[in-house]
Design a protein around this ligand. Structure first.
Ligand code: GLY
Length: 379
């Protein structure tokens, strides 16, 4: 087992990576974190509250229940529909009501079994339940394994936008089983891989180069390369989160490379399956690289290497090929609603070289709009 500590004063926890730890030996792997509540009047019940979506429930139910049963526990499921719709006030209310009815206490741990949606929803419910109970992240997509399950960002969506209601609430542990990715659709695997490339681009040129050699094997789920890619990504994220847990110093903001452009693309495509979050981030990173080159801060050849890495992974590398018909100004307008806006300006993550991202605070949205107009018609 590879154990990566996330070191935070008073809230440190481990990310544990082991092939089979969820699918083959869940109760043993999660054992230290399985608190169990007793429903009123029961003396024997050792139930474990698990939040899943209909997909993860269907895929993992048997393995998890068998493992829990043979260790004297049983699973109690709260199952949501897949997709961003579950990150809503309505589902949050149902989930917190359910947890309260179960009698979950502040020292209990709720299991979040799924992708970013389940993790964000469960984490936020646990942040507010009795002012904070524990939760264990068990991410089942590559994107959740290398990004959203680590670092304690939790949130739901509202009419005003995505992730605008939330809290920093760290899990008590993160349990990662790379084997679960064998059933992940290829498109989602690639979308998660965009966040893996991100770690190379933002701070680790050697990892970026390693991915150029080994990315095909990672995407094919070859066990040792996949484990290395996941562990390297999480080590990078753990170090950043340990330095700037609440994104106040600019260090954690590095993780937003490609996200400001990406968020505008997601907004323009209706946060739909037309463009998955990881795909939007992929195109966003190419745009960040080319915009950095336009400012003269990144060489054209490095911008091209960034583009090639995205394209080689089968991710969308050309804005002009996304089928977006709006103007650059309309895309820049989406950015005005970004929650990172500070007093009328939007800090932008740009690149000085492959492996060196920085936060630019002097970017004019009118210049971004002009740049995007040119990219929208590029052949
Ligand atoms: N996904 C960006 C962060 O965790 O800060």
């Amino acid at each position: 087992m590879d154990v990566i500590p996330v070191s935070l004063a008073g809230r440190s926890y481990d990310v544990m990576i082991e092939r089979g730890c969820v699918l083959e030996s869940f109760a043993a792997s999660a054992g230290d974190y399985l608190t169990s509540y007793r429903t009123t009047g029961q003396t024997e019940a050792r139930k474990v509250p698990i939040v899943a979506d209909t997909n993860t429930h269907r895929i993992f139910k048997t393995a998890i229940e068998q493992s829990l049963d043979s260790n004297g526990f049983c699973a109690d499921w709260f199952v949501v529909e897949p997709g961003e719709g579950a990150k809503s006030w309505a589902v949050l209310e149902q989930l917190t009501d359910w947890l309260l009815e179960l009698g979950i206490t502040r020292s209990d741990n709720v299991i979040a079994l799924g992708g970013g949606v389940v993790g964000d929803l469960t984490g936020f419910a646990c942040a507010v339940l009795k002012r904070g109970c524990g939760f264990v992240q068990i991410p089942t997509t590559l994107l959740a394994q290398v990004d959203s399950s680590v670092g304690g960002k939790t949130a739901i969506n509202t009419r005003a936008g995505k992730n605008l209601i939330g809290a920093f609430h760290q899990p008590v542990a993160v349990l990662i089983d790379p084997l679960v990715l064998d059933t992940l659709p290829d498109r989602e695997m690639r979308a998660g891989y965009a966040e893996v490339i991100k770690y190379g681009l933002l701070g680790d040129a050697a990892f970026f180069n390693w991915l150029a050699e080994n990315g095909t094997d990672v995407l094919a789920r070859e066990p040792s390369t996949l484990a290395h890619a996941i562990a390297t990504s999480i080590r990078a994220k753990a170090a950043i989160v340990a330095e700037d847990e609440r994104e106040t110093t600019g260090v954690r903001a590095l993780l937003n490379l490609g996200h400001t452009f990406g968020h505008a693309l997601e907004a323009e495509t209706g946060f739909s399956d037309r463009l998955l979050h990881g795909e939007a981030v992929a195109t966003g990173m190419v745009l960040a690289a080319h915009y950095s080159a336009r400012r003269g801060e990144l060489s054209q050849s490095d911008a091209e290497r960034a583009r090639q890495a995205i394209a080689a992974a089968g991710l969308p590398a050309e804005l002009a090929k996304l089928g977006i018909t709006c103007s650059g100004t309309a895309l820049a307008d989406h950015m005005r609603h970004d929650k990172k806006m500070e007093g009328g300006t939007l800090p932008f993550l740009l690149l000085k070289s492959i492996g060196q991202a920085y936060l630019a605070r002097d970017v004019e949205l009118s210049d971004i709009a002009e740049f995007l107009d040119a990219q929208l018609v590029k052949q």
